[in-house]
Ligand binder design. Sequence first.
Ligand code: UN1
Length: 497
Amino acid sequence: MPKKFQNFIAGKWVDARSGKTFENRNPANWDELVGTFPKSGKEDVDEAVRAARAAHETWRLVPAPKRGDIMRKVGDVMVARKEELARQMTREMGKVLTETRGDVQEGIDTAYYAAGEGRRLFGKTVPSELPDKLNMAMRVPIGVAGIVTPWNFPMAIPTWKIFPALLCGNTIVFKPASDTPATATSLVEILLEAGIPAGAINIVHGGGAEVGNAIVGHPDVDLVSFTGSTEVGKKISAMAASTLKRVSLELGGKNAQIVMDDADLGLALEGLLWGAFGTTGQRCTATSRLILHEKIHDKFIGMLVDRVKKLRLGDGLLPTTDVGPCINQGQQETVKNYVEIGVQEGARIVTGGDIPRGSGLEKGWFFSPTVFENVKPEHRIAKEEIFGPVLSVLKTKSLDEAIHILNDTIYGLSSSIYTADVNRAFRAVRDVKAGIIYINAPTIGAEAHMPFGGVKQTGNGHREGGWTVYDFFSEWKTVYVDYSGGLQRAQIDNYNE
Ligand code: UN1
């Protein structure tokens, strides 16, 4: 029997006020219903925000090291449930088990990092310009955080946001992607089991237009952290402007891997296969462009096609599967459309390009891993985020030109260069316009304790991950303590000649 899931608001598991529900199905087998979920609306969000606001008054006073202790328990529970969580995630969004285990592990890493941060959350003390006076700046909680997350990392990305937000003393209204509500529900259960108080974490299921907009537009939500498309990110930014709430946006990418003529081609190929077709290309860090030096272009394409043809599509729960399905029918159609656009624009399919048939694939949203060559920088498949198993290959004559092509996009999340020449590597580090660059490693695989985010239209200047995300989820309070016993006037009394 598929489970009936609920929202968690003000400490209670409840249906949507409207009583409406939506279904969540396995993208590798649409006959399999994972569960039904509340199709919530503004009234559910209002209640959740009220609960989070009330809970903030007590949660903000819990010492940060104690909040960190809860985060440690969160990590421990996730370790104990890792395999079960990974299986649930594969069922609801399709990526292979090795990857869903990695996704849970990223959450575990984020929990333990947050636990440690509970005993840091450093502020600063700074000398005053006046005698007998102490200046300091400390981090304080902000309030209610609206967390809106995507389906491609259903555990990791919510943890990147929720754990530091809670650790900093904020309370949460969480709207997960409607394609991955079960994993999100498990995360809420884990937080509660570890001791996060009712009201501090609220989950409201439903669509972006109803629930997402209600969160972003709510005057009592102090900050919003969103990962998703650039198009939606721009709308969120505009909507949030009316209340000037703080917004962190992690948006699209059109990440490229450069392979120079001096590179270890075998290594570059392994990295590329992982970067381009891992998670069925559905990562914002996915390698969607390959920039090949002309001297190795034909040879590398030959090696690549040979391997791509051997990738096995299927149910991510099976150990024989390399690549799972697209998340849903809409995404499969988007991929198919882009393949048609690529052909029309004059690029050449060297492998893939179709919806595969075959046993085990009949009831899933699969798309064959696809490689285009003869792609020009002005082609749409070289410019627009596809979010599927499609790789566009471009040819280059030099490092400078390769970097120019890599930078020729509105996005700037991840990037990669394979070269044995240390000078070329460091030039790329300096000149590539991206938030992340890998040397001799693929564009995917960010570690939880490092800053994560991009430049240009990939974001709005904030970073997730590591120590940097704590800047987003806390506010600075500046404190002056004058213990001189008299009135001391800054800027005046020291310079009163
Ligand atoms: C994303 O694609 O939205 O670096 C996040 C990576 C993962 C996170 C990806 N650790 O590919």
